[in-house]
Structures are given as C-alpha cells and as structure tokens.
Design a protein around this ligand. Structure first.
Ligand SMILES: *[C@@H]1O[C@H](CO)[C@@H](O)[C@H](O)[C@H]1NC(C)=O
Ligand SMILES: *[C@@H]1O[C@H](CO)[C@@H](O)[C@H](O)[C@H]1NC(C)=O
Ligand SMILES: *[C@@H]1O[C@H](CO)[C@@H](O)[C@H](O)[C@H]1NC(C)=O
Ligand SMILES: *[C@@H]1O[C@H](CO)[C@@H](O)[C@H](O)[C@H]1NC(C)=O
Length: 354
C-alpha cells in the first residue's frame, strides 16, 4: 500500500461508523505514541531507543516515586538555595546573549547544547518551534546516562555513578589523605564549639528526618572567609587543589555532619559539571551513601568520588539517642568534571559566576 492509500485509509477510517470503536481507538493511541516518541527524539536529540526508554521512565516515575530534584526535596519556601537556581537560569541566558557571536561559535557543541537546554526552558513553548535546525546535522552521540537528572545544567559528559579516584584526581586526593589529621583536628575544634552551643558558621539543612548540618568553606561558589579563618590549614589545602570548583555557583566545600537516625532522601544534584568527593572524618557503623542504587560505606581517612546528578541519598540508621552515638562527619569537596576543557571552563566560569 502506498503512502497516499495508507493515509486516506487511516484518515477515512476514523469517522467511519462501520469500523469498530476499539480498533480505531487503539490505532489512534499507537499513532499518538509514535508522534510523541518522534517529537521527544527530535526535541532532546537522543537515539530512538533512548527516547522510548526515557518516556517510559518518565511515565512510570510519575507514580511510584516523585522526582526528587534538589529543589523539590526542599520544603522551605523561602530557601535561598532554591530561589537562587531560578535566577541562575536567567543569568545563564543573559550572559550567553552578552557573548559575541564569534565566541559563541568557537565554543564546543556540547556546551552550546547545554546552554540551549537552559535557554529554551525559559522560552514559552509556542515560540520554540523551528529553531536550531542546524544542530541536527552536527548531532553527537550522547555520553550521558538516562539515569542522570541534572536538574539545572546538563552537559554531555562521561557518566559514572562512582568514579575511581585514581583515574581522576589521584594526586589531589592523596594530598588530602596525607593531611587527614590536620583536617580532623580543625574539624574537631569547630565541632566542639557547635556541641557547646556555638553554631556560628554552621548551617542547618532541611531534611525530613533527623539532623544534618554543614560548615561551609565554599558555599555555592562563595568563599566563607570567616569559616576559612577558623580552619586555616583545611581551607588552604582546599584552595590549593587545582580541580576544585571555585568561583562557580555549583561549587561547594564544607564539613558535613549527619546525626544518628537521619536520612537524606534520594535526590538529584543540579548539574553533572561537577563530581563530588567525600573524605571520611568520623565514620560510625550503620551509615552509608547510595548512588544510583549502589551503596557505599564511608571509611575514615578514605575518599569516595561520585556524580551527584545520579539519584543519591545518605542514611545513618543508628537508633540510639544522639547523645550517646557520635555523628558521621565528612569533608565534601566539589571538583570540575575531568573531561571539561580549559576553554569550556572559561565560559562556564562566566555563565555560572556566583
Ligand atoms: C528556610 O530558609 C531560610 C533562608 O535560607 C532560612 O533563613 C530559614 O531558617 C529556613 N527555614 C527552615 C525551617 O529551615
Ligand atoms: C599537607 O601535607 C603535605 C605533605 O605532608 C604538606 O607538605 C603540606 O604543607 C600540608 N598542607 C597543609 C595546608 O597543611
Ligand atoms: C595550621 O595553620 C596555622 C595558621 O596558618 C599554622 O600556624 C599551624 O602551624 C598549622 N598547623 C599545622 C598542624 O600545620
Ligand atoms: C544505574 O542504575 C540502573 C538500575 O537502577 C542501572 O540499570 C544502570 O546501569 C545504572 N547506571 C549506571 C551508569 O551505572
């Protein structure tokens, strides 16, 4: 059957009362599903198989688990962190427009695509059609995983839930471990102050169950001078690591304390531009990290590197009273994803300035 006959059979078939209702409805649904897949594939520039998988995941995710993006898991309506991300999308669009065409065109395709993803989110859907036709011919195979959901800034970069630290930041992490005892000593000094009721410099994070607080050195790209002064060796060391994400709104470094009987719910980080490192400082039993469904038990004096744009959670299941059990403490440091080039980083530092 030719296309013409096929179309006329299809279009002519629907209003025909002689055609039974069920088959024509089924036909209509298949047709609609097909259009959805094609549209999704085109819009997101992914292979057919990925498009089908992603749609299925989206459909089924609606029901059993809510989408825990970083902003959605926070229930604080006046949260600075969350509202800052909304402003950030606007900032990226504005800074991008401010770049001259030559600079824009010299940037890698994957970075241009990442910016377009953010910019298009700000454009009303009625104005989206017909743009960026040229990019179709330059299409690249995506390195990203369908299990990653960087909620704000997704870029096409190699994806693993956990990274082998020797492959990525070997020298830098070795230096951290060499200085473990100094870091621990400085942690203890500010933690003793907290226990004594002096919460100066500490921030409480909102979690549904338990207690989680941080002592930031770099907080969303902004250096806390007063906290750095109180831990001079730790902050100097962080500042000396070349891969640390500095001067970028996605970059953080802090002591992180999780109390017994606490659970940081599964959620996704805002970007895959960074990999997150934890250096174990005080690690009781019964606590673990989980990234994309795989558990990791922290170890004191050891580091773990993971991609927090995969779903991740942290649990400290100890039930005994907080007074008896000591909390879990780690040093968190965000690093630039190792595949980001110098030129890309230069542009990203501009677009994502804190
Ligand atoms: C909510 O966020 C604001 C601003 O970040 C903060 O001052 C306040 O303490 C938070 N409230 C709760 C209950 O966490
Ligand atoms: C970290 O350890 C190295 C090697 O032991 C040492 O040279 C360096 O001074 C230490 N850094 C700081 C900030 O204490
Ligand atoms: C930590 O830093 C301070 C101030 O910079 C310095 O006086 C002290 O010697 C350092 N401590 C260690 C153990 O390196
Ligand atoms: C993430 O977890 C899913 C199972 O939930 C698994 O199929 C997938 O391979 C994992 N992704 C990566 C990149 O390991």
């Amino acid at each position: 059957m030719g296309i013409r006959e096929c179309c006329s059979a299809f279009l002519g078939g629907l209003p025909d009362p002689a055609l039974p209702l069920m088959p024509s409805m089924a036909l209509g649904m298949i047709f609609a599903a097909l259009i959805l897949v094609i549209f999704y594939k085109k819009e997101n520039k992914v292979p057919l198989k990925t498009a089908v998988l992603e749609i299925l995941r989206k459909v089924f995710y609606l029901f059993p688990t809510p989408d825990h993006s970083e902003s959605q898991s926070c229930r604080n309506s006046s949260c600075v962190r969350c509202s800052k991300y909304k402003e950030l999308e606007q900032q990226i669009a504005e800074k991008w427009r401010a770049l001259d065409t030559k600079t824009q065109e010299s940037i890698s395709l994957r970075l241009r695509n990442a910016v377009q993803t953010v910019v298009r989110r700000l454009v009303p859907s009625s104005e989206k059609l017909g743009k960026d036709r040229t990019r179709t011919s330059e299409r690249e195979k995506s390195l990203r995983s369908v299990f990653q959901k960087p909620t704000i800034f997704p870029m096409d970069l190699a994806a693993n839930p956990y990274w082998n630290e020797f492959d990525v930041y070997g020298m830098e992490l070795r230096l951290l471990k060499l200085n473990f005892s100094i870091i621990l000593k400085e942690f203890e000094s500010v933690f003793e102050a907290l226990k004594g009721g002096d919460n100066w410099g500490w921030k409480l994070n909102d979690i549904p169950r338990g207690h989680w607080c941080i002592f930031p050195f770099i907080d969303q790209g902004v250096v806390s001078e007063s906290n750095c002064k109180r831990c001079p060796n730790t902050s100097t060391m962080i500042g000396s690591l070349p891969s640390v994400m500095k001067d970028c709104v996605f970059g953080n470094a802090c002591f992180s304390v999780l109390y017994p009987d606490s659970h940081i719910e599964p959620h996704y980080g805002p970007t895959n531009l960074r990999l997150r490192c934890h250096l174990g400082l005080k690690i009781p039993s019964d606590c673990w990290l989980e990234v994309n469904g795989t558990q990791h038990n922290w170890k004191s004096e050891e580091t773990v590197v993971f991609d927090d744009s995969f779903e991740h959670s942290a649990t400290f299941s100890e039930q005994s009273s907080a007074a008896q059990a000591s909390p879990r403490a780690v040093l968190i440091i965000d690093f630039w994803h190792p595949d980001i080039t110098k030129d890309e980083k230069k542009i990203l530092l501009d677009l994502l300035s804190p």
